[in-house]
Design a protein around this ligand. Structure first.
Ligand code: PRX
Length: 657
């Protein structure tokens, strides 16, 4: 962990925020969850989660709610058996909801739409499950999914869950190298992909990245390819199989097997503080319990709601709040393939109007980009169907919160700022829309059944009005179970910082205000949050130093008005390398190739030296001062104090692209 804690400047700014938004009376009167839920959960947490688990359909009831005999390897609902896909699909059909629309799919090209009812979904998931089995996928095998936002992505995930084959969805924006390292790490037997998807009005290829990844790893036996765009693809007869050949001809009958509550459901890779992404393992019963309970309570879900989460299925938000939570709740939802501004800037709002979306869940970075376009763009559309707005992925600044509520929500809609992580699996800290008087910028309180706190260096709870480290102090059902293949790293990363107290350390700094409400301030470790995407400074540094011209690199996440944070890199070139005019672009392209476009630095500065302590640790805090054009902080621990002057002088003359 680096030396940083939340700045007192940020704390002071937030303390000035005193606007409050009471829940709408009608919503409060009819809310799924009322204030008594907090007391109920506090009086018996396990009974509270057992009741939430009862919202699912179990083949065999659990013996024990929480097995905490071997911390931090906790188990939930042990002895219980269920099938996640059955819970998300079949049971709704059996309950007479076969004709209810599960997914209103909206392709990026206008008029390219498809509606799938729960009966359709059951048929397609069953066929895909049979097809995967025919390709040799057995219970326990891993399947990678590298796809655009098309219904087959959801179908593939549920088909895996149905046969007990843990999936690992890799975001389509990741490069072939990133994909290959994930395939290798989890030993994926099959990759499900497509020829491409539509982005910004044209087809964007995906299959070539899979082809390239397969030249770097030999673990994959088959590649199942959906034809989406019709673009040309290279074809390897030994491995490649068209979805329409094997899935369309597969049987519609598939009996889902019940798996242990702790059976692995999926592995989701996320950036940590080292160069190697961590495969976060989620299991079945506890995960599905908390994902569905929070989706139902935090969005106050009713049977006639139309829900839309704009996340990509390649991130945990897409897993918990497009696939597992909403579908377990039998929701009708929108799934959109493309970018928010294609073919026009009001595309999202047009979709809200057309489908009468009532619950809308997005990220602050998107809200800020709409703020920049002004209120006229959404103002052209009728969005009176909206009743609840959600935010996730990064701290929402009070101005963005108020704009969201006012311009998008017409001042009727509560905004729920939901704090959680890939590791937590589901929402942890959030307002309840029928209970909480929201404060712009605050995620408010831990949800019923969740114990979170803000603590000092020793793990002691800080008094109201102070800042510190965000921790979770009791196990929760949708918690990660381990890092795939690396139990030691799991213990070290999450449970060693406050070992004596047994707390899970989230990596975030937070503040408790004078009412005890929580304001999440962002990461205090070497993890960045760029447009809600999680990136590791070390991972980008490793990508930079793998370029033949680079001797050393340091990367910081600098505050950015649009993206929350932006990647700023400081690079020392190898001796004798001619700097040339293209070096910055070459390095930027290199990062893009190694990791993906999301990791592309906002600026790269070529520097003669990096600021280091006497023990050789890079002082990123000082580099962040330079990147954010602040006065440079305390340099007394620097081995060579003249370095910062050299770097700042260079920064003053460099231009950011
Ligand atoms: O820093 C916090 C930030 O996103 C991190 C988790 O990122 P990831 O695992 O990619 O999951 C994102 C979607 C859940 C957290 O450690 N974060 C997430 N939600 C919020 C947030 N920061 C402030 N407020 C939030 N509501």
């Amino acid at each position: 962990m680096s030396e940083e804690t939340p700045t007192s400047e940020t704390l002071a700014n937030l303390l000035k925020e005193n606007r409050r938004f009471e829940p709408p009376a009608e919503l409060a009167a009819d809310a799924n969850v009322k204030a008594d839920a907090y007391d109920e959960a506090a009086s018996d947490r396990e009974a509270f989660w057992a009741k939430a688990a009862d919202r699912l359909t179990w083949d065999t009831k659990w013996d024990k709610v929480l097995d905490d005999s071997k911390p931090p390897f906790f188990k939930w609902f042990t002895g219980g058996k269920l099938n996640a896909a059955y819970n998300c699909v079949d049971r709704h059909v059996e309950n007479g909801k076969g004709d209810k629309v599960a997914i209103h799919w909206v392709g990026e090209p206008e008029d390219d739409t498809r509606d799938l009812t729960y009966a359709d979904l059951k048929r397609e998931v069953s066929k895909a499950a049979n097809a995967l089995a025919s390709l040799g996928v057995a219970t326990g095998d891993r399947v990678a999914i590298y796809m655009p936002m098309i219904p087959e992505a959801v179908i593939a995930m549920l088909a895996c869950a149905r046969i007990g084959a843990p999936h690992t969805v890799v975001f389509g924006g990741f490069s072939a190298d990133s994909l290959a390292s994930r395939l290798d790490d989890c030993n994926a037997k099959v990759v499900v992909t497509s020829d491409g998807g539509y982005r910004r009005g044209s087809p964007a290829a995906l299959k070539p990245a899979v082809d390239e990844a397969l030249t770097k790893t030999d673990v994959v036996e088959k590649v199942l390819v959906v034809r989406r765009t019709g673009q040309d693809v290279e074809w390897n007869d030994d491995k490649d199989v068209w979805w329409h050949d094997v899935v369309d001809s597969a049987s519609e009958d598939h009996t889902p097997e019940a798996f242990d509550a702790e059976h692995p459901l999926y592995v989701m890779y996320t950036s940590g503080t080292t160069g190697k992404p961590k495969g976060i393992l989620h299991t079945t019963g506890g995960y599905l319990t908390q994902a569905s309970y929070t989706h139902w309570s935090v969005f106050d879900l009713k049977d006639d709601d139309v829900y839309w989460c704009t996340a990509d299925i390649g991130w945990v938000t897409g897993h918990s709040y497009i696939v597992y939570g909403p579908l377990a709740n039998g929701v009708t939802q929108v799934l959109y393939e493309g970018t928010p501004d294609s073919p026009e800037r009001g595309r999202w709002w047009k979709i809200v109007q057309e489908h009468k979306v009532s619950i809308f869940y997005t990220a602050p970075t998107a809200i800020r980009s709409f703020m920049k376009q002004g209120p006229d763009v959404p103002g052209r559309f009728d969005m009176s169907s909206l009743r609840i707005l959600g935010s996730v992925g990064e701290p929402i600044n009070p101005e963005a919160y108020v704009w969201y509520r006012h311009v998008i929500g017409g001042d009727r809609t509560p905004v729920v700022d939901t704090w959680w992580q890939t590791e937590t699996g589901a929402m942890m800290i959030s307002p309840l829309p029928g209970v909480t008087a929201g404060k712009p910028g605050s995620a408010m309180k831990a949800l019923p059944g969740i114990d979170a706190d803000v603590v000092d260096d020793e793990g002691n709870s800080v008094p109201n009005g102070s800042g510190g480290y965000l921790v979770v102090s009791s196990p929760w059902p949708s918690m990660l179970r381990t890092i795939w293949g690396d139990d030691d790293r799991y213990v070290d990363t999450y449970w060693s910082r406050f070992k004596a107290k047994g707390f899970y350390f989230a990596g975030d700094g937070a503040k408790k205000d004078t009412d005890g409400d929580i304001w999440v301030l962002g990461r205090v470790d070497d993890v960045m949050n760029v447009s809600g995407h999680r990136l590791s400074t070390t991972e980008i540094e490793s990508a930079l130093v793998s370029h033949p011209c680079v001797a050393e690199a340091a990367v910081v996440g600098a505050t950015d008005a649009d993206t929350g944070q932006a990647v700023v890199a400081y690079v020392i070139l190898r001796e004798g390398v001619d700097q040339g005019e293209h070096i910055e672009k070459d390095l930027s392209d290199h990062v893009r190739k190694e990791i993906g476009p999301i990791a592309k630095p906002r600026s790269i500065m070529i520097v003669p030296e990096l600021p280091k302590t006497r023990s050789g640790k890079i002082m990123r805090r000082l580099l962040r001062d330079v990147a954010e054009k602040r006065d440079i902080g305390d340099t007394t621990t620097l081995a060579d104090s003249s370095i910062m002057e050299l770097i700042s002088a260079g920064q003053a003359t460099s231009t950011e692209d």
